[in-house]
Every structure is written in C-alpha cells, then in structure tokens.
Design a protein around this ligand. Sequence first.
Ligand code: ADP
Ligand code: ADP
Length: 229
Amino acid sequence: MIELREVTKCYKGQTVPAIEKLSLCIDEGEICVLVGPSGCGKSTTLRLINRMIDLSSGTILINGEDILNKDPDQLRRGIGYVIQQIGLLPHRTIGENIAIVPRLYKWPKGKIKERVNQLLTIIGLDPDQTRNKYPSQLSGGQMQRVGVARAMAVDPPIMLMDEPFGAVDPLVRSHLQDEFLRLQEEIKKTIVFVTHDINEAIKMGDKIAIFNEGRLVQFGTPEQILTDP
Ligand code: ADP
Ligand code: ADP
C-alpha cells in the first residue's frame, strides 16, 4: 500500500542526511510503528509521505503509484495527519475545528454537522456536550481525541500519526492507546505511527520499524522484535 524504495532526504544546509536509503513496505489496514531516538528521521519519513517536504532521492509509492505523479492536494485528501501539538484553533469550537477539512471540500452543511456528531461519538465524546465548547475547555486527553477525529473527518484511507498521545500523562496515554486500537479494529486504516517509546510501539504496532540515525535497523512484528533483540 505504502512503499518506500531507497528513500534519502537531506535537508538544505545539513551534511548528514535525515534518512538514508530507507526501504519499507506498509501493508493496507495495518499499523506500522516507526520507533527510535529523537532525531533519527521518523517525522521526516511521515512528512515525505504526505509531501510536506520533498525527497532527495528514491521513490515513494502509494497503491503502486509514485506520489510525485499525484497532485499534492489530491494526495493529502487521502491522508490524515495527527501530531502531538494538535494545534486546534483556540477561537473556534470543537465542532468547527473538526469541520475544517470537510468545509475546505465544500461539503453541504447538513452533511458536515452529521459527520461531526458521528466523529465525536466515535471518539467517545458526547456530541451535544462537546460540539460547542472551545479547546481550552477540554482536558489534554479529550483534545488528543479531537485531533484524531479531525484527521479522520473526510475518512482518509491512510493516517500518519506523529507521537499522537505524547502530550498526555501515562494513564491517559494508556487509555487513548486502548481506545485507538479498538477503533482501528473497525476502521482498518493504513497507519504510520511515530513514537520514541518502545513499549508504545510494541502495544500499537502490527509491524515495527526501528530507526537509528536515519536508517532502518530492524523491521518485523512485535513478536519478531521481542525474540530477536
Ligand atoms: P525524529 O522525528 O526521529 O525526531 P526528525 O525526522 O525530526 O527526527 O529529524 C531527523 C534529522 O533531521 C534531525 O537531525 C533533525 O535535526 C533534522 N531535521 C529535521 N527537520 C529539519 C529541517 N526542517 N531542517 C533541517 N534539518 C532538519
Ligand atoms: P519532531 O522530532 O517531531 O520532528 P522537532 O522538535 O525535532 O520535532 O522539530 C520541530 C520542527 O523543527 C519541525 O518542523 C522540524 O522540521 C524543524 N527542525 C528540526 N530540526 C531542525 C534543524 N536542525 N534545522 C531546522 N529545522 C529543524
């Protein structure tokens, strides 16, 4: 579904590539976790997939098609992006925040309203209690859930998640992980999930890709990673 072939990214002004000759295959409907220390190239890999940045060499294919041959806007329609600093607009309600992308695509008002209610229900928040609140009125865990809902708004088949639960305390994080795994059972998105926490990787991943200094050093199921350290 997502295939990276010998992908190298060297940022301007840097002598060492952020990632080098990275080859990786992510199957449809699975969670592939990229794990490794800070600065090893995990976020760079995500940003290459949705073309927030351009690669220096190599190829990235989605469903067999080179992403460079796709219109970037078209490409991003199919890719939800969740980051740790979810950046909800503070002066917009939760409902409006979730509706940003559907509005961009000019969905009719009724359809947007219905989708916002549906998404709030999916992430375990009461639509009537939550829709008209502002981000500052929510807890950290609730905000992360809203970040996930916003990324899912137009139902993209792919989700890129960069430390999505990194900003909350361990107990809440554990709840969010459980909830998300349950949700994934239903939605079966193709997910690339970044974390620096190996325990989170083992819990969340169908596959785990261990990075070090811009290179893939190990790849396999959690069982394979645990038995072959
Ligand atoms: P990770 O997500 O694993 O923490 P990153 O992909 O953010 O790693 O970074 C990989 C390397 O690329 C680091 O050395 C980082 O400093 C560098 N880097 C990241 N973004 C930029 C940028 N915009 N310009 C220059 N260097 C960058
Ligand atoms: P992450 O590890 O999640 O990428 P960082 O805190 O490393 O987060 O980076 C935050 C932002 O700073 C990103 O937009 C990244 O591209 C940029 N950045 C990171 N390292 C560098 C660098 N060495 N030079 C310029 N920009 C950088």
